[in-house]
Every structure is written in structure tokens, then in C-alpha cells.
Design a protein around this ligand. Structure first.
Ligand SMILES: *Cc1c(COP(=O)(O)O)cnc(C)c1O
Length: 410
């Protein structure tokens, strides 16, 4: 029997790993020192823990620990990267390139910069949700100072050709930022291989605590200095002032360490469960549409000798599935399956559900978007849970479709 409710919304947030909580606990209790206190053991203990976490985060993404700036999460990291670079390098130019499938925090930050007089190019994406590196190249002008393209999409899981886009940026001497929130811990990320200059991560997306994240800021070839968006005591190399969230940072570090050391098992776990769910849908339902990139087959990636290597060749995050069911509304499916946490591609925050900007960007009709469901698999999901969800989904979609037939024919 599966333990209900079942959580399949890991792109929104993930449960805190028990080992992460254990690592944090001393810093929520006895070791409460301020990491900036230089005169006593409480401060030294806190500082030592922060520096260990910095090394752990750096290790996850192939960076140097000097290149990690702690923040309150990816939204803040992204604001610092984009606004901080825009402000610091405006004398070189005022043009920024991004794309239509980015997370709101990138698009809204760009919108803010636009109001301040920056020129923003929002590239359209291909049908699979990815950005064409040639489009990036063509969009570059002599005023371009920054390119921001996410590594993996949080709704449809598409993985962008970051290395190629990075090559274009490097060749033209333009800074390159990537929102790697959904990629970190799920697919191989090496800031040097990928030619990244700035990258944003968030602890709660990989089994760490909420309210803590980091910004990678390249320190050599080239050295970058975004202007702080939070002024104060000059913490974090004067890029982000404010007393450090020591327990949160310790949790971020531990979560990053676990992702690195358990990369293989996490990768295959998520990949196999996602493919199992997809196979159930393919076998037992018709009239559905896969949103985003193709589902990579186990056969295709078997030839790579490690999960790390395989993850460089897949087109879609191993834990993501996004499907639109024709003649059904995702809202109705979710109401009928309240015991399963998933999310839909239309925001139900307003009275009228609005299709997500990502589904619009990949050209899904509003009608299909209303039937879209996003499944995000994570470390603690079990095969039994996936069996249960598959079974219920088939049952519910069939039932809803037959009911709507009756309504139409009566
Ligand atoms: C969750 C998420 C963010 C925001 O991260 P927070 O730490 O919650 O601010 C940004 N980008 C992507 C792709 C995300 O999934």
C-alpha cells in the first residue's frame, strides 16, 4: 500500500532530507554564533561551517569556493546577477538577451531593467522549449552585456544547449548567466565546461531548506563584480550584505554534498520512475500530448557508462513529465486525485485559469494547456507510488472523458 498523500510536485519544492536537518540542527541551537564575529569561538564555529558549505556548493557545480555568494534563494540570486551586472557594466552597453520560457523571476527582473532603460531581447524557443544557439548569436549587438538562459525548464523539463550558448557568449566577450535551479543535482553541471559566468541555485529544490540559495560569480577569466543589490556590512565580498543564515547555509551545503555523492542513484531512480509513469500513460491512454522535449529512452542512454555522462546527453530532466490530456481539464483531474500532489500548466490563482507562459512559448493551444499536468519526481518517491498514480490517472481520465461525452450527448 502506498502512503497517501503522494508528493509529485518536486519542481515546486522538495522535502528536507533528514540528513540535512541533522546537519543544520546544531546551528539552530548551541552553535548560534554570527559568522562575522571574529573575536570568539561562537563566531569561529559558525564561520567554519559556512566555509565548509561554500566548498560543498562549489563542488556540486565545479566552481571554486571563492566564487560562491550566499543569498536567500534563487530569486535573489537572479536579481543580483541581472541587476548587479546591468548596473556594473552599463558603461559597456545596455542590451540583455533572454528567452520566453524563463522562470518569472528572470522575466520580471528583465522587465524591471527595461523600465530603467535597458534594451531586452526575449528570444522565442523551439517546439521542445529550448533556445537555438544561433538565435542567441544573431541577437547579439555591440551593446550586449549579458545573456541569461536557464539550463533546465521548471515546467517542461527541457534542457538547453548551455555549453554551445556559452561558447557564443565567450567568443563575443559577453557575460553569461544561467538559472540552474532545476538542473543542479539532477544533471551534470560544470561551470567551466559550460562556459558559465554566473549561475543561480536554490536549496529547497534539492532537498535543502527554503529561503537559502547561492549565486556563482566567476572570479577569473573573466572576473565579474556585480553591484550589490543589498547594502550593509559588506558581507559576501561586498556583493550581498546581511548576517549570514548559518543554519540555512549549512543545510544548502549538506544538500549539495548529498546530490553530488548520490548523483548516480538519484539520477536512475528519477529516470526510471518517470519513464514508468510515462509508459503507463502511453499504454493505457490515448489523445494526450507530451509537452516539451522527447522522453529519453533507457536504451538510448544505456550506452553511457555513468549517470553523469548520460545526463549530458538527455534532452529532458530525468524527473520531469508534462502532459496535456485532450478533452479533460487538469483542474478536474487534480480534484478527482486530491491524494496526489501535482501541478497544472494553468495558474488557477485567478478566476479564469491562464495558460502558463511556458506552454504558450512552445505553442501549445490554450485548450490543451488547460489539460496539462506536470509531474515532478523526487528522491523519496517509490515504484509503488508511481504504480498507484498511473492506475488512478488512467481511471480518472477515462471517467472524466466518458462523463463529458454524456453531457454533450444529452
Ligand atoms: C523555484 C525556481 C526559482 C526560484 O527559486 P527560489 O529559491 O524559490 O526563489 C527560479 N528558477 C527556477 C527555474 C525555479 O524552479
Amino acid at each position: 500500500m502506498s502512503h497517501l498523500p503522494i508528493y509529485l510536485d518536486h519542481h515546486a519544492t522538495t522535502p528536507l532530507d533528514a540528513r540535512v536537518l541533522d546537519a543544520m540542527m546544531p546551528y539552530l541551537t548551541d552553535r548560534f554564533g554570527n559568522a562575522a564575529s571574529r573575536n570568539h569561538v561562537f563566531g569561529w564555529q559558525a564561520e567554519e561551517a559556512v566555509e565548509l558549505a561554500r566548498a560543498e556548493v562549489a563542488m556540486l557545480i565545479g566552481a571554486d569556493k571563492k566564487e560562491i555568494i550566499f543569498t536567500s534563494g534563487a530569486t535573489e540570486s537572479i536579481n543580483l546577477a541581472l541587476k548587479g551586472v546591468a548596473e556594473a557594466y552599463v558603461s559597456k552597453g545596455n542590451h540583455i538577451i533572454t528567452n520566453a520560457a524563463e522562470h518569472r523571476c528572470v522575466l520580471d527582473t528583465c522587465n524591471h531593467l527595461k523600465k530603467l532603460g535597458f534594451d531586452i531581447t526575449i528570444l522565442s524557443v523551439r517546439k521542445d522549449g529550448t533556445v537555438d544557439p544561433d538565435d542567441v548569436r544573431k541577437a547579439i549587438t555591440d551593446k550586449t552585456i549579458l545573456i541569461s538562459i536557464m539550463m533546465a525548464n521548471n515546467e517542461i523539463g527541457s534542457i538547453n544547449p548551455i555549453q554551445k550558448i556559452g561558447e557564443v557568449a565567450r567568443e563575443k566577450n559577453i557575460f553569461f548567466h544561467s538559472d540552474i535551479v532545476q538542473a543542479a543535482g539532477k544533471i551534470s553541471v560544470d561551470v567551466n565546461d559550460l562556459n558559465l559566468d554566473l549561475a543561480s541555485i536554490s536549496a529547497h529544490k534539492f532537498h535543502g531548506p527554503k529561503g537559502v540559495g547561492a549565486l556563482f560569480v566567476r572570479q577569473k577569466n573573466p572576473r565579474i563584480k556585480p553591484i550589490a543589490q543589498m547594502d550593509g556590512g559588506g558581507h559576501e565580498k561586498e556583493m550581498r550584505s546581511g548576517t549570514l543564515n548559518v543554519p540555512g547555509i549549512v543545510g544548502l551545503g549538506k544538500a549539495a554534498f548529498l546530490c553530488k555523492s548520490e548523483f548516480d542513484s538519484d539520477f536512475w531512480h528519477d529516470f526510471n520512475l518517470r519513464n514508468k509513469l510515462y509508459e503507463t500513460i502511453v499504454k493505457q491512454l490515448d489523445q494526450f500530448h507530451l509537452n516539451g522535449a522527447e522522453i529519453d529512452s533507457a536504451d538510448m542512454i544505456k550506452k553511457f557508462n555513468s549517470a553523469e555522462e548520460a545526463s549530458k546527453h538527455i534532452r529532458r530532466l530525468p524527473n520531469n513529465l508534462n502532459i496535456s490530456f485532450e478533452q479533460t481539464k487538469s483542474e478536474s483531474i487534480m480534484i478527482a486525485m486530491k491524494e496526489v500532489a501535482m501541478s497544472s500548466g494553468s495558474a488557477c490563482t485567478s478566476a479564469l485559469p491562464e495558460p502558463s507562459h511556458v506552454l504558450r512559448a512552445v505553442g501549445i493551444s490554450d485548450e490543451l494547456a488547460k489539460g496539462s499536468l506536470r509531474f515532478g519526481i523526487g528522491r523519496t518517491n517509490t515504484p509503488e507510488e508511481i504504480d498507484y498514480v498511473g492506475r488512478r490517472l488512467v481511471e480518472v481520465v477515462k471517467k472524466l472523458r466518458s462523463e463529458s461525452l454524456h453531457v454533450h450527448s444529452s
